[in-house]
Design a protein. Structure first.
Length: 441
């Protein structure tokens, strides 16, 4: 299979082409009139290679301008922009390209709508400590300026927060990046020193790792509520997501899906044993938390499972569900024995066992079209028996000090409620659970 994505200038199409051999994509230039050999095409009107495939550089998107081409790239998990000038005939002068790189440890950038005739490239920049900012770069002069910064509040001071990048070693030796943000000082403190020299902090560990989706590293004003209370937030860039290159995604899907779970465990172990925070308490969130909690419940004080995909095997076996067949490409078809056995080996519902579990808050939405409400809360009979996953956790939990809770939204979808205050109420519920179970009321 070959995937092609592109844009065009007045004289050329600029195409990102990805295949099994070119997994990180290459950039091609093809004259609008492919028979015109004066516009930089190869022989017989074939496209010319502007940026060849690089196993260490993932090409994410391309935007064409009248006199430039902007390519958004990802290198070792960090994004950058390559600005390529165009010659008078419209062909790219890749040898004169300029790289735009950023100094923060954990950030994300996205292209914004720009004017084709203008040399000004507009893009958004956001990080764990910097509010979302609309940036404008003049590709002729290399000058760059912030045009708009999201307002957080009169008391927000970015110097009170610090972010960094760490690496954990997975079971197979893979280095898994971790983005970490925490508070470094209070307003009355002197300039931040090494806050990690103080007492160990509790931590919220977030992981996703599926569908080649990069983990968001944008600023969150909601997150300040935890940071200001002394809770650090760590984001594990585990395999299966789009945080590195295409191979990073392939190494976390189908018959390699267990790499995602082992990466989460490795990150949790690293932060406890070798990181700056210490083992005061961790809370796990998102996609892989069910499997990780089954395998290493001792690593976590609590787990927040928002619309969790925990009944993987049953869902993949039911082809009548509207997403199942297309999901086989991600998880595998369990009607084939190798996939059946492999999925069953990590599917959270199928691996609950008698042991001490941490506190768990599972949420579901009645109208969720992606994760059915019966996955975290699947009735086992018409007599409305307890929720399947929650019930199994409760029955298997040997700890008398933890609670396992389920909340089902009766009028929400996969992304919870969409109203401004309804969304904040959901955040408040999760944060209240986290703080309560960490003993930080």
């Amino acid at each position: 299979n070959v995937e092609v994505y592109g844009d065009h200038s007045a004289s050329h199409f600029f195409l990102l082409r990805r295949s099994a051999e070119l997994w990180n994509s290459e950039l091609l230039a093809l004259p609008v009139s492919s028979s015109d050999h004066t516009h930089g095409a190869g022989e017989h009107g074939q496209p010319s290679v502007v940026l060849p495939h690089d196993p260490n550089v993932k090409l994410q998107s391309v935007t064409a301008f009248k006199r430039h081409v902007a390519v958004f790239e990802r290198v070792k998990g960090l994004q950058r922009i390559r600005c390529i000038p165009l010659r008078s005939n419209g062909s790219p002068a890749s040898e004169d390209a300029k790289l735009v790189e950023f100094n923060e440890a954990a950030f994300e950038i996205s292209p914004l709508r720009s004017q084709f005739e203008s040399p000004l490239l507009r893009f958004s920049f956001s990080s764990l400590v910097t509010p979302t900012t609309v940036m404008e770069r003049d590709m002729d002069t290399d000058r760059q300026a912030a045009r708009k910064v999201d307002w957080v509040g009169p008391s927000f001071d970015p110097s009170l927060y610090s972010s960094r990048r760490l690496f954990a070693t997975a079971a197979d030796g893979t280095q898994v990046p971790i983005s970490l943000v925490h508070r470094t000082a209070t307003p009355s403190d002197p300039p931040p020193a090494a806050a990690s020299n103080g007492p160990p902090w509790p931590m919220l560990l977030y992981a996703y790792g599926a569908y080649e989706v990069p983990t968001r590293l944008s600023f969150s004003s909601d997150r300040l509520s935890l940071l200001d209370r002394g809770v650090a937030v760590a984001i594990a860039h585990v395999r299966g997501g789009g945080d590195w290159d295409y191979q990073w995604y392939l190494d976390g899907k189908l018959l390699r899906k267990r790499n995602t779970v082992s990466d989460v465990i490795a990150c949790a172990e690293h932060l406890i044993k070798e990181g700056p925070l210490g083992p005061r308490g961790q809370v796990s969130r998102r996609h892989t938390r069910g499997a990780a909690v089954n395998e290493r419940p001792d690593l976590f004080r609590s787990a927040v499972a928002g619309v969790p995909f925990v009944d993987v095997l049953s869902t993949m076996l039911d082809a009548s569900l509207h997403l199942t067949i297309t999901e086989w490409e991600e998880w595998g078809n369990p009607k084939e024995e190798q996939y059946y056995r492999y999925i069953k080996s990590y599917s959270p519902v199928d691996n609950v066992k008698r042991q001490a579990y941490p506190n768990v808050l599972a949420t579901a939405s009645l109208h969720d079209q992606r994760v059915n409400y019966w996955e975290p809360a699947k009735p086992e009979s018409e007599l409305l028996e307890p929720a399947k996953w929650v019930a199994r956790l409760r029955d298997a939990n040997s700890s008398e000090d933890s609670v396992v809770l389920l909340r089902c939204e009766m009028d929400a979808g996969h992304f919870s409620k969409t109203g401004r205050f309804d969304r904040l109420a959901d955040v408040a519920l999760r944060y209240a659970f986290i703080l309560y179970t960490l003993g930080m009321q």
